[in-house]
Design a protein around this ligand. Structure first.
Ligand code: AMP
Length: 473
């Protein structure tokens, strides 16, 4: 059977033309299964992750039903303003020349201006729950007249504590005749709400009810804080012209620091975090969307709703505290059939968390070394540092191996005295020494290790030049 085409659906010409001009030919899976029943007015529960084409899955039937009459007939609720903006943009082009007024209603923007726009008359509202309630209570929005309700990313709205607000909104929509609910996961609260809010819904599910993990290469590198920047440099030096990279940090502070450091090493990047003004955030997001920004450093919250198909590389500079965030983060890449790679930097203190993430989602994440430099790049863009803290034991000791055995180093005392005198370290900084036939191991406190290594390499011991290296244990 030939694949289904949008033109098989007999859509209103303005929607069909808009879809054509976007270059879309075939509906995605969620669109194929959700659009027909939604067009005939049924309630829908859809399992869909970001990137599946869900916006058009609810957008097409909503636009088809709404008329340009200047009174709100449909409302789409989203967890974040970024997602609301994006949904709004997509609905706007999707309607073609129908002339519907589609308005985003979310916090952080001028209340008065938004109120004035609402008072002017709108047909479709796309908003975040808090501001929608606010506008309703102030009398600028009449929920009672709206017949179609759509909940986008319902699970994230639940996570973000919006559920009481949603109940309030639903409770104030007596004329609601169709409800469309989309979610990547279905925790019990959503299943309960579904029973309460929806009437004989058509269920559109993916094969399994788990969070869908996109087909992407997941890799982790064992690396301490000191060398994460070096590893970023290695990864970025492999970027092609059509790659885009998203780097996640756990705090705003870290986002800023990384931005500073990358800029110092002449990597162009932008940042996205919660302390930025809405204006600035939108500018950055647009830059990332039109690919003028190729590397973006962000926190989880700021990146919610960031929907860019070109992301080919995700770097977890910090491993997320919450396993759920890992899946959301890596889901930013490998979208719409593109391949992607997710790198996670894992220090000694993150190993347990990595296990938690792996076991929560039964993921296969391969341990690898940082990538080699591409042939065309002669020098590391950011130099590696000896990272003693990653190699030390719980007492802060690291092990050094020396290329000389008992024929040269006659006793542990002789060696420790030599180190104390030449490297000017305290006796306490030297731990166990093991001398064998052809090499010697010395435990040194990590703070003194670099100096001891240098001194052993630079000065002669009993008239001999020795080699010393960090020993892996
Ligand atoms: P969404 O899951 O709605 O955020 O959509 C993800 C991306 O896929 C967006 O950039 C859409 O514009 C794009 N998209 C949605 N449906 C289709 C389709 N049928 N064909 C091609 N691209 C699509």
């Amino acid at each position: 059977m030939p694949p289904l085409r949008f033109s098989d659906w007999d859509l209103p010409p303005s929607i069909q033309t808009a879809i054509d001009s976007q270059g879309w030919e075939n509906p995605t899976e969620i669109q194929r299964d959700a659009v027909p029943p939604a067009r005939s007015g049924e309630d829908i529960i859809g399992q869909a992750r970001t990137g599946s084409g869900k916006t058009a899955a609810f957008g097409i039937p909503i636009i088809e039903r709404v008329e340009a009459k200047g009174s709100p007939q449909a409302i789409v609720l989203c967890p974040t303003r970024e997602l609301a903006t994006q949904v709004c943009e997509e609905l706007k082009w999707l309607q073609g020349d129908l002339g519907l007024s589609i308005l985003p209603v979310y916090g952080g923007t001028d209340l008065e201006k938004q109120a004035a726009k609402l008072d002017n008359g709108v047909d479709i509202i796309v908003g975040t729950p808090g501001r929608v309630i606010d506008m309703t209570k102030r009398g600028h929005l009449d929920l009672a007249a709206i017949s179609i309700l759509c909940l986008d990313e319902a699970d994230r709205m639940l996570d973000m504590g919006f559920w009481p607000d949603i109940s309030w909104i639903v409770g104030n929509m007596p004329e609601r005749s169709q409800t469309l609910l989309f979610s990547a996961t279905f925790p019990q609260e959503i299943i309960d709400a579904t029973e309460e809010f929806l009437t004989n819904p058509v269920t559109v599910m993916s094969e399994d009810l788990e969070v869908e993990v996109p087909e992407i290469d997941q890799k982790w590198i064992r690396i301490g804080r000191a060398n994460k920047l070096w590893a970023v440099g290695r990864i970025l030096s492999h970027m092609d012209d059509d790659d885009q990279c998203l780097i996640f940090c756990n705090t705003k502070r870290m986002v800023e620091l990384l931005d500073e450091r990358l800029s110092k090493h002449r990597f162009e990047c932008s940042t996205l975090h919660g302390d930025m003004s809405q204006n600035k955030r939108e500018k950055v997001m647009n830059g990332y969307r039109d690919a003028s920004v190729r590397v973006l450093v962000a926190t989880d919250v700021a990146a919610r709703g960031l929907d860019v198909d070109g992301v080919t590389i995700v770097i977890n500079y910090d491993l997320p505290d919450n396993p759920e965030d890992y899946v959301h983060r890596i889901g930013r890449t490998g979208r719409m059939g593109r391949s992607g790679t997710a790198w996670s930097f894992v220090g000694r203190e993150d190993l347990l968390q990595l296990d938690r993430i792996r076991s929560t989602w039964s993921l296969t994440i391969y341990q690898v070394e940082a990538p080699e430099l591409p042939e065309s790049v002669k020098r590391d863009p950011i130099r590696a540092r000896m990272d003693w803290s990653e190699s030390s034991d719980p007492f802060g000791m690291v092990r050094i191996s020396i290329s000389a055995g008992s024929s040269i180093i006659r006793s542990t005392l002789q060696l420790s005295d030599w180190i104390i005198e030449n490297a000017k370290v305290k006796e306490l900084a030297i731990g166990e020494i093991q001398i064998s036939d052809d090499n010697t191991f010395v435990d040194i406190h990590s703070e003194s290790a670099q100096r001891v290594l240098e001194i052993i390499e630079r000065r002669e011991f009993e008239g001999q030049r020795l080699e010393a290296n960090l020993a892996i244990r």
